[in-house]
Design a protein around this ligand. Sequence first.
Ligand SMILES: Cc1cc2nc3c(=O)[nH]c(=O)nc-3n(C[C@H](O)[C@H](O)[C@H](O)COP(=O)(O)O)c2cc1C
Ligand code: SF4
Ligand code: SF4
Length: 283
Amino acid sequence: MKRRIYYFTGTGNSMRAARVIAQKLGDTEIISMRTDPADSPASDCEMVGFIFPVYHWTMPAPAVSFVERLDISPTAYVFVIAMPSLICGIACEKLAEILAGKGIRVNYGDLVHNVANYAIVYPPFPPAKLMVPQAEKKLQKIADDIIAKKEQPYPRAGKFIKWRRDRVMGPYLELQKYADNPFTISQDCISCGLCSRVCPCRNIILQDGRPVFQHHCANCMACVVSCPKRAIGYEITGEDKTLLNASDAKTPIVKLMGLPKNRKLYRNPYISANDLTKDKEQW
Ligand SMILES: Cc1cc2nc3c(=O)[nH]c(=O)nc-3n(C[C@H](O)[C@H](O)[C@H](O)COP(=O)(O)O)c2cc1C
Ligand code: SF4
Ligand code: SF4
């Protein structure tokens, strides 16, 4: 029987978590949620883990779609680790709900706070120097718990977050439809294709050497932080502004969106751009 961890990542925090836990467990495969779940079902696994960032107080949409299509053994020990910066919201509950629909129970859940990475909205915070060592320490503890097959309830959103979620996050989720419209590619682009290879949503194709966005973007920031020439920008203008008007009225996020040339970017220090191109690893 196999052990497997499925992860979704933009800037490497979740991939790093999957690696740390897999290495400590030993003999464990880690698989990116950008793969087809039918290619690596968990129907023959004795242990199955899910690790992902939190987007807009919930689980990233591509991770939802992956887990919905995944076959899992009903006898597996199942764990979930969410990687928020501040607010986990219903991220773990969402996973538990999908699995409950398949008759699967989550045995263990926890969250690990890390650097907030939404580069087109704000610079990274709190400092990586502070957050990454804390996250590494917590991952070791979580790995020990999982080795011991500990039972631990997954984190749940408080009443306030549940009450405000639709109102506060609704407009942000609405924006996701247009999330990649404002991306720009500058003359510095060398057509290396790395942005396309790191994208966990397979949302970028190269046409005549130019990256073209396919409108199923999760705004994960992998392409932005991986471009060796910093050729990817984000600018809301003209037509985009019209598209975003509806959300503009309900949330200040549109006014904050953009990518100044000098903005500091964050990628987990243990994860390279090349690592982000990988689909599977055995530890
Ligand atoms: C589109 C987007 C939405 C986000 N929303 C939240 C959120 O609601 N709560 C939170 O704590 N962090 C939020 N974050 C921060 C990420 O969850 C956090 O930086 C995470 O550790 C990144 O993981 P990764 O490196 O595996 O991509 C958001 C980041 C992005 C890009
Ligand atoms: S990673 Fe940067 S340089 Fe390479 S193709 Fe993409 S935009 Fe161009
Ligand atoms: S296009 Fe860029 S931001 Fe959008 S999902 Fe792909 S890598 Fe992430």
